[in-house]
Design a protein around this ligand. Sequence first.
Ligand code: ACO
Length: 387
Amino acid sequence: MSTELAVIPDPVTAAQRYAHVIGWGMHVPEKIVTNDDIAKLVDTSDEWIQARTGIRQRHVAAENESTVTFAVAAARKALAKANISPADVDLIIVGTASPEHIFPSTACLVQDALGAKNAGAYDLLAACTSFIYALSQAANAIKSNEVDTVLVIGAEALSKITDWSDRGTCILFGDGAGAFVMQARSEPGGFINSILRSDGSGGPSLMVPAGGTGMPASTATVMDNQHFIKMNGREVFRFATRVMASACQDAAERAGITIDDIDIFVPHQANKRIIESATKKLKVPEEKMVVTIQDYGNTSSASIPIAICEAIEKGQIKQNDTLMLVAFGGGLTWGAGVLQWDVPPPPPLTRIQETRRSIFYRYARIKSVFRRILRRMEARIFGDGAK
Ligand code: ACO
């Protein structure tokens, strides 16, 4: 499929610039929590969870794992697939609903761990829609000639902000990360366009109330479980079934195509019934929908890149397929994007390339430690300046 959309030309080569995905990778923690495991914590059952959500199991972070560790693992795989050095990355965007801290951003910690010394880095917080928002920003930064290569990551450690005594939420969420490397190309294709939407009046239906400036952390907020995800499930369900199909239709229209031109739909994996409702409204065959929720639960920002990695692995997504990505989440936010999957599968790295990469990451770690020590020494020696 070719597109008529206006693209700003590269002022140097005068060629039009398109944002292609050239590398992808995912990572989930080893620990698996089944529905039966959850039934030992709250009043629920495997039967209820499967029937109402489609979830069979989810991967959950160990104590020493977090959003950054997942993001770094997925990013390394995506960079290896693209066969580019972290030093070639101009920008890192991490979409997340469970950032490592308020600041520094998760993206900056990822930058440090990867040794991506030439990259700008920031987090993008649009809850489960973050990955589509981030792809849109990355593609537009590439098309406008601001950058050439962007690492886009969706990463979550939602288990750390889940109330494991609340059966309305703890059955849903899982941890993990997915990453894309996007790069400028002159051939048409790649990330074509997106539509991004929000409605803050629905904010209270899905939120983490405390820990920000509106409700700073205190003994009372901790005692009252206000640092965990709170959700009005029915309200979110109604909102999701309302916006999923219309977002796809709007994005397709803007790209100058129809829903029939889409080969594969990759919806946010929040609830199988929400995906089934969108499938019906869009009148598309079930085989066109990627569904991975049974194995991972709702991994928020990570759910779309994880689903894409899985679908490529299983052969459901093939070269030259036109994909529709669609998501909704806290904010409220929602959005959809059209992506042409046109880059051929890259050859695997040789053993020497893999070894070189692993040495590079170790070296990046040593350099980071060294810079921290140097910073401390400078503070000791010069104090508040060389007087
Ligand atoms: N186990 C057993 N029973 C339960 C459970 C449970 N885990 N949870 C609720 N129930 C009970 C309720 O108490 C209720 O009982 P009642 O009829 O006696 O009152 C009954 O089951 C039905 O409850 P509902 O809340 O209507 O159940 P529903 O079918 O809506 O399913 C769910 C709940 C799964 C949470 C659903 O509403 C949902 O998926 N909502 C959307 C969630 C979502 O997509 N969130 C996005 C988050 S993404 C982000 O931005 C972080």
